[in-house]
Design a protein around this ligand. Sequence first.
Ligand code: FDM
Ligand code: MG
Length: 212
Amino acid sequence: EDRRVEPRGALVVLEGLDRSGKSSQSSRLVSYLEGSGISAELWRFPDRTTNVGQMISSYLTNMSQLDDHTIHLLFSANRWEKRSLMETKLKAGTTLIVDRYSYSGVAFSSSKGLDIEWCKAPEVGLFAPDAVIFLDISPEKAAERGGYGGERYEKLEFQRKVAESYKALHDASWKIVDACQSMEDVEKQLQDIVLDSVMECQKGKPLSHLWS
Ligand code: FDM
Ligand code: MG
């Protein structure tokens, strides 16, 4: 067995309902890490800049209609097309803070009634995150924050189903953070979680694959 220890960047995923604060907290985290001399990048899925991402964006903005299975596979393809770059960055020592990942893929699609195992299958072989942080907020509280942008899934009724799907999906390794605290309190907790993860990966924690 190969036991060489290679330092690498950490793969950290933020998950949660729409308006849970993922995007703000992700960018704050990246600034914090960079300010601490840790190489870091902000990633998000869907990555709407690719060809696949543009099809996804058009679906989310109701400019196009797609079968539920088809859009599910496009979301997955959008992660697969970034996999080799992800590997390169992690191995070069860059920590990736990722706003949504495979868990959104499974939670949102299974909320439409697709079988959960079917939803997980195309994610097998993608890199497993070193930490999954769940920004916990009730669908009602999230809706009160306003600013649902009118995209396809941004409706209270559907977000309630997504909340249930996340519950069915999460495991003991997830870090659940109360997203109703002040921005600063949430930020501090995230910083601690991410620093732990960065340290482990610097010590050579091996990269693993979904689902694990
Ligand atoms: N979403 C996101 C999915 O349905 N599947 C996925 O695999 C991913 C990554 O896309 F409603 C949904 C979640 C959200 C929408 O995400 C767009 P952002 O974070 O609002 O851009
Ligand atoms: Mg959104």
